[in-house]
Design a protein around this ligand. Sequence first.
Ligand SMILES: *Cc1c(COP(=O)(O)O)cnc(C)c1O
Length: 420
Amino acid sequence: MTVPAFGEIDPPQRLLMGPGPVNVHPRVLRAMSADMLGQFDPEMTTYMNQTMALYRQVFMTENRWTFLIDGTARAGIEAALVSLIEPGMRVLLIRAGRFGLLLSEIAERIGADIRTLDLEWGEVATPEAIEAAIREHQPRVLACIHGDTSTTMAQPLEDLGTLCRRHDVLSYVDATATLGGMAVDVDGWGLDVVTAGLQKCMGGPPGSSPITISERAAEHIFARRHVEKGIRGADADDGYGARIGSNYFDLAMVMEYWSERRLNHHTEATTMLYGARECARVMIEEGLENRFARHRAAGAAMTAGLRALGLRVFGDDAHRMTNVTGVWIPEGVNGEAIRHRMREDFEIEIGTAFGPLAGKIWRIGTMGYNAMKHKVLLTLGALESTLTAEGFAVPRGAGVDAALMAWNHALPAALRNDRA
Ligand SMILES: *Cc1c(COP(=O)(O)O)cnc(C)c1O
């Protein structure tokens, strides 16, 4: 049987204004076309060490254990949870959206004793509510999401580390959707383990998950280090924790691989490491504060533009992520028809929604390389045209004008040049 050759990969030039993945920074794509190195080649281990140093800046931390998990953002989440949580261990999960539910799905498979702080989609937890839940449940680990793209809300985390340390709880945060777009101040907030991905505000492709681990969390994980059964058994009462229930995601082993000892585990995903390293270099060259300001400006411009079109923005302004905006689909408008026209006529993708918000809101991202003025303006112009075509009257030109004003208002003149 002959197999068709199919075509060379040559995707259309879509502008990805959904909640991720987003268009990749050209410098990152170029870095990813570089050739392979052997995994213990001194050039390769130098790149690995540089990547650790770069991500310490990205995560605003001094944590020695700051490196990459090979896999999408979910790989980082799973590695963190399976390495922190032992079967039967009490955990508290803050669940306010789809990714909060993912935490419980993973914790269930581990066999954790799960307690939850459940919120309506679109709400965030107050420090008082978090502390009350910690007092009630006395967990060993607390896990939550920073920016849950399913709801477009950002959980305030300033007090989380202090609360957790006061009650001897280890904290885990999924910052996939915020890292690179909003401050993720790991040391300032006293967080223990934080993971992310590249395909949102880091402006890279999916497939690598940056992680950072505090000393006390690393100690907890190393105490579960795998040793041959019979020497120090998984269940032996010797002060060592239960063996981590995954080989690939055994952070004790992965940390040994990234340590000076370079104990062989997997083969580091070379191309992804090149990409992750370049994402961080781009971010640090731009400057963290400038980059957060650019995302704030893009979010403010998008929100202002949507409102000027007569649309209602989802959720509370006080807790909105700066890099993805939920907007109610107006009464009588077919949300999928708009998304279809946006894609077919304008090559622009905007996001649909999940769970209780499915069919009710669109989610429009302004992340990483797409958090730029002209991309916001193009998206709003296209939305105006498609809404009109679907019979929903909008004030012509108002969205683009309002967005432009909001962008210029949000940024000092020196930062308005629209380079990411
Ligand atoms: C997008 C997103 C993820 C995605 O995980 P992948 O495995 O990379 O698909 C995880 N968590 C949050 C909060 C996200 O927004």
